[in-house]
Write a protein that binds this ligand. Structure first.
Ligand SMILES: [Fe+2]
Length: 435
């Protein structure tokens, strides 16, 4: 036995360390999805409340399919092709990847009583073990690329963890039993903090991701933008602020609304944010802790773009552009009320004069910016090119993350996006104005 064969190089040590860290993170992120369902019974996991929402069981299976389709199959060692866990799961759990093939219709995900939740759990175990075995192989062609796509799969799963909570909230909101996902929330103090403005000078600023850490393709490349002088509110818009708009007849006056907004207000008979309810005791709000008195100091949430826009103009202000938001957020720590607090609801600001509060966490902040490619944008190659690029039409960008986002999933450059009438996400706003 040659002694030298067992002595590995510093590069091998580095490589092994990187792999070990990723495998540890793999275990943590995969377990977090299952923890979200731990207090639920299988019936909760199957129903689909609207075409935009998916059953939790589908999320658990789809995020698993992603590792089969994007890692296990394409990175299988030569001569050892990957055999899928089940030959039809690719059809059931492919979300929107045309390059991979035909699939089950999205609005029909709620009819999938099979596979059972326990079979999806077995699917997850099998794929977890296969990913682990693949990454632990001594010789793996294109290992760096495989590690990068595993990280992408984990970021993808974290996006779905947030959707699991918002989709479950929508499902529960339709049930007159008013199910609670978590124990009652402490009532926040009643006086909303007063809102101040932070001023920013005009100038060239850089936005977008550069460097070694993970980012989605839609955050790149980093590039220059010119921003006119503007001011940004030092906290999010609160329930008290928004209630003044509602009480002022905001939902009855077409002059407040974009045309697309007024159309949806009329079509859907909107009178208030998605989860606000009139009760004999006054306005209440459906939360993941059940129905609860509307708390004035908390950030308003579950607003669509058109509601955020209407409120901002009523308030004599406007929404920030994504460039303004990112210039303002540059250098701030990614701290706030994320899923890890367990609160699962936006919390009141603790404002300090001269400082931006709540930039990360609590609610996604609508911006006025269309979700478009940055100059020089290049989508991922292959099927993963469909991840972001093909959605760059008719959607608006949201920034900052929410109380359902994972803290280690967010960055100042992160671009979320939804259509202008969508409001089942934890979405709210922060005002901006010209200087
Ligand atoms: Fe997905």
């Amino acid at each position: 036995v040659s002694l030298s064969a067992s002595i590995s190089s510093p590069r091998d040590h580095l490589e092994a360390g990187r792999r070990a860290l990723l495998l540890q993170r793999f275990g943590e992120v995969r377990a977090a999805s299952e923890r979200l369902c731990a207090s639920l019974d299988p019936e909760d996991l199957v129903a689909q409340s609207m075409p935009d929402c998916s059953p939790l069981k589908w999320h658990l299976a789809h995020t698993t399919w992603f590792f089969e389709a994007m890692v296990l199959a394409p990175f299988a060692p030569p001569g050892e092709p990957y055999t899928p866990f089940h030959p039809r799961f690719g059809f059931l759990f492919n979300s929107y990847y045309n390059a991979i093939g035909e699939r089950h219709q999205r609005p029909q995900r709620g009819v999938l009583t099979r596979p059972y939740a326990r079979e999806v759990a077995a699917y997850r175990r099998a794929v977890d073990e296969a990913v682990q075995r693949l990454l632990e192989r001594e010789a793996l062609p294109r290992r760096d690329e495989a590690l990068r796509i595993v990280e992408l799969g984990l970021q993808h799963e974290q996006q779905h963890q947030e959707l699991m909570l918002t989709d479950l909230k929508h499902l529960f909101s339709l049930n007159a039993l008013e199910p609670a996902y978590r124990p009652p929330l402490e009532v926040s103090p009643n006086a909303p903090p007063s809102q101040g403005w932070i001023d920013f000078d005009a100038g060239v600023c850089e936005i977008g991701h550069a460097g070694a850490g993970f980012a989605f393709d839609n955050e790149m490349p980093r590039h220059r933008v010119f921003v006119e002088a503007f001011s940004l509110a030092d906290r999010l818009v609160t329930n008290a602020d928004y209630r003044a708009f509602v009480d002022d007849g905001g939902y009855r006056d077409p002059a407040r609304w974009l045309d697309a907004g007024w159309a949806v207000v009329q079509r859907e008979a909107w009178e208030r944010p998605l989860y606000w309810r009139e009760t004999p005791d006054g306005l209440a709000e459906f939360t993941l802790a059940g129905l609860r008195e509307l708390t004035p100091a908390e950030p308003v949430c579950h607003l669509s773009y058109v509601e955020a826009d209407a409120f901002a103009r009523w308030a004599g202000a406007r929404l920030p552009s994504e460039a303004e938001w990112e210039c303002a957020a540059a250098g701030l720590a990614v701290e706030g009320n994320f899923v890890g607090t367990g609160w699962l609801h936006p919390a009141p600001a603790h404002s300090e004069a001269g400082r931006l509060a709540q930039m990360f966490g609590d609610v996604w902040e609508w911006t006025s910016s269309a979700y478009s490619p940055y100059p020089g944008y290049r989508p991922e190659v292959g099927a993963l090119g469909e991840y972001n690029g093909k959605f760059m039409c008719d959607q608006l960008v949201l920034r900052g993350g929410s109380c359902a986002s994972s803290q280690d999933h967010l960055r100042a450059t992160y671009r979320n996006f939804f259509r202008s009438p969508d409001r089942w996400q934890f979405s709210g706003l922060r005002l901006a104005r010209d200087r």
